[in-house]
Design a protein around this ligand. Structure first.
Ligand SMILES: [Zn+2]
Length: 137
């Protein structure tokens, strides 16, 4: 049994809406101009409630990664093995999780540049927009 994710509300709703539209949208504080992640309705640094959502290019570098070899609930659609990456989005200090397009199972290198595209992950009955990262050309 997979819990259905609610993406329609909450501080990160514009992130999910952006992915549905094929864009990476990230929040930035109007008060101090810092990037805010995880998304919040108030900046943790300056207290401002003014948050704007800015489209970012899907370019990043590998911060960490793992390859999953064993099935677990909810991820059956990914096939095995699959590689998950934690990436540093370029020039904003935000780290995001995503999947690595990794058909040859080449171990990622920390700091390796990647480019992203929007794909889908099926989790039970839910189709979730997902950033799929590939090695930069
Ligand atoms: Zn701020």
């Amino acid at each position: 049994m997979v819990a259905r994710m609610s993406r329609a509300d909450g501080a990160d709703a514009p992130y999910w809406d952006g992915l549905e539209q094929g864009k990476l949208m990230l929040p930035r504080c109007n008060g101090c101009d810092r990037w805010i992640w995880p998304a919040a309705h108030r900046c943790g640094a300056c207290g401002s409630t003014g948050v704007r959502w800015v489209e970012r290019s899907m370019t990043a570098t590998v911060f960490s990664w793992t390859r999953t070899w064993h099935a677990f609930g909810g991820a059956e659609s990914l096939g095995l093995p699959f590689t998950t990456v934690l990436v540093d989005i370029d020039d904003c200090g935000i780290r995001l999780l995503g999947r690595l397009d990794d058909p040859d199972r080449i171990d990622p290198k920390l700091g390796e540049p990647l480019t992203g595209r929007i794909g889908r992950t099926q989790a039970g009955d839910d189709s979730i927009p997902t950033i799929i990262w590939s090695r930069a050309a």
